[in-house]
Design a binder for this molecule. Structure first.
Ligand code: 13P
Ligand code: SF4
Length: 330
C-alpha cells in the first residue's frame, strides 16, 4: 500500500479547523494546492496582511504581519516574485524595498481610504504652510506622497518615529499625515504636537465609545483592544491600543479569557485560530479593499503574472528614502 503525502491544503486545514467549517474548506482546497505548486515553480513568496481571510492568511501566506513587519520582510526576502495579499500601498512599499523582485497584486483595485485622502500636492501645500516642520507620513499612502515626506511610520512605530524625528530636527511639532485619528492618538501618547490632514480609515472611524460601552455591558470582564486608527475617544475607552501585530502580541502574552478586538473582521478570525483558549467577541467592521483579495485571484495572478506593480524611478528613489529612514529608526 502506498501512503500519500498530505496535500498542502490538508496541512493548512489543521490550522483553521476552528474557524472554517469543512464544507467551506472543500471550496478552497483546490486553489490552496494550486497556489502552493505555483509558488514553488515561480520562486514566489506570498505576503499577507493580518486582515486577510483565514484561508489566505493560514492557507497560502509565507509571511504574515502588520504593515511594519511586511515592509521589513519584503526588504529581506529572496524571491523572484512577491505576491502581496493586502492593499495597493503595501505592494508599492514591497516594490520600493525589493526593486529586483516582480511584485504582483491579486486585485489592483484594492485601495485604502487613507491613501486616497491625500495627494503629493496636498503635502507640498502643508510644507509651504508649515515651513521647518518634518513630515511624518503613514505608510498607508501612495509612493508619490511618500516621495514628498521626510520619514514614514506605521501604527507599530509611530511614537518612536515622531520622537526621533522631532529630536533630530530640534523642533517641538511635526506634520503627521494623512490619518487625523492616528495623528491625534500618537500625539496624545507622545506628548508631541502635530499638524495633520483630514484623512480617516473608513473601517476604524465607524467605531464609537457607545460600541465599547455596549460590549462591556454585554460581556462581563471583557478586555477591549483597539487599533489607533480609531477615534481618540474609542482608544481612551479601551484597555490597550496598538498595531495589528501589537494586538497579536498582547493576546499571546496576556491570554485574556474574553477579548474584543476593535478592528477589521479577519483579525479576530486569524487570532481565534491561533488562540483557542480566548473567548473572542467579534464586533468587526470589514475593509472592502482588503476583501478584494481571494484565493482565486492569487492563483490567477501567479498563473498569468498579471497586475505587476511598477514605479516611476525618480518617485521611487525619493519614496524609498522616507521608508528607509523609518526602518533605520527601528
Ligand atoms: P497595521 O497592520 O500596521 O496595524 O495597519 C492596519 C491597517 O489598517 C492596514 O491597512
Ligand atoms: Fe485602509 Fe482602513 Fe482598509 Fe487598512 S483597514 S486598508 S487603513 S481602509
Amino acid at each position: 500500500m502506498t501512503v500519500l503525502d498530505p496535500r498542502p491544503s490538508d496541512l493548512a486545514y489543521e490550522r483553521v479547523a476552528d474557524v472554517i467549517p469543512p464544507v467551506e474548506w472543500a471550496g478552497f482546497a483546490d486553489d490552496v494546492d494550486a497556489i502552493h505548486a505555483l509558488k514553488a515553480e515561480r520562486h514566489t513568496v506570498v505576503l499577507a496582511h493580518n486582515y486577510q481571510t483565514p484561508e489566505i492568511f493560514h492557507g497560502v501566506a509565507d509571511i504574515v504581519g502588520d504593515s511594519l513587519a511586511l515592509a521589513r520582510r519584503a526588504q529581506e526576502v529572496d524571491a523572484e516574485v512577491i505576491v502581496v495579499a493586502g492593499v495597493h500601498f503595501m505592494a508599492e512599499t514591497a516594490k520600493l524595498l525589493n526593486p529586483g523582485a516582480t511584485v504582483l497584486v491579486p486585485d489592483p483595485l484594492a485601495g485604502c481610504s487613507l491613501a486616497e485622502s491625500i495627494t503629493a500636492d496636498d503635502v507640498r501645500a502643508l510644507k509651504a504652510a508649515h515651513p521647518g516642520l518634518p513630515v511624518v507620513t503613514y505608510v498607508n499612502t501612495s509612493a508619490a506622497v511618500k516621495a514628498e515626506s521626510d520619514v514614514c511610520c506605521t501604527s507599530g512605530n509611530a511614537v518612536a518615529v515622531l520622537r526621533h524625528v522631532t529630536r533630530e530636527w530640534g523642533v517641538e511639532r511635526a506634520i503627521m499625515i494623512p490619518d487625523e485619528y492616528l495623528a491625534a492618538n500618537i500625539s496624545a501618547e507622545s506628548g508631541i504636537e502635530v499638524v495633520t490632514h483630514p484623512g480617516r480609515c473608513e473601517v476604524h472611524e465607524r467605531f464609537t465609545p457607545a460600541d465599547i460601552a455596549q460590549i462591556r455591558e454585554d460581556h462581563e470582564g471583557v478586555v477591549v483592544i483597539t487599533h489607533p486608527e480609531c477615534p481618540p475617544e474609542v482608544v481612551a475607552a479601551s484597555d490597550f491600543a496598538g498595531s495589528t501585530a501589537q494586538m497579536q502580541a498582547f493576546v499571546e502574552r496576556e491570554q485574556p479569557a474574553r477579548l474584543a478586538l476593535i478592528t477589521e473582521c479577519s483579525m479576530s478570525d486569524n487570532l481565534a485560530a491561533m488562540n483557542p483558549g480566548v473567548d473572542m467577541i467579534r464586533p468587526c467592521n470589514m475593509c472592502p479593499h482588503m476583501k478584494r483579495n481571494t484565493l482565486a485571484k492569487i492563483r490567477r495572478s501567479l498563473e498569468t503574472m498579471i497586475h505587476e506593480v511598477t514605479l516611476d524611478a525618480t518617485t521611487a528613489e525619493r519614496a524609498r528614502l522616507a521608508v528607509d529612514r523609518m526602518l533605520a529608526i527601528g
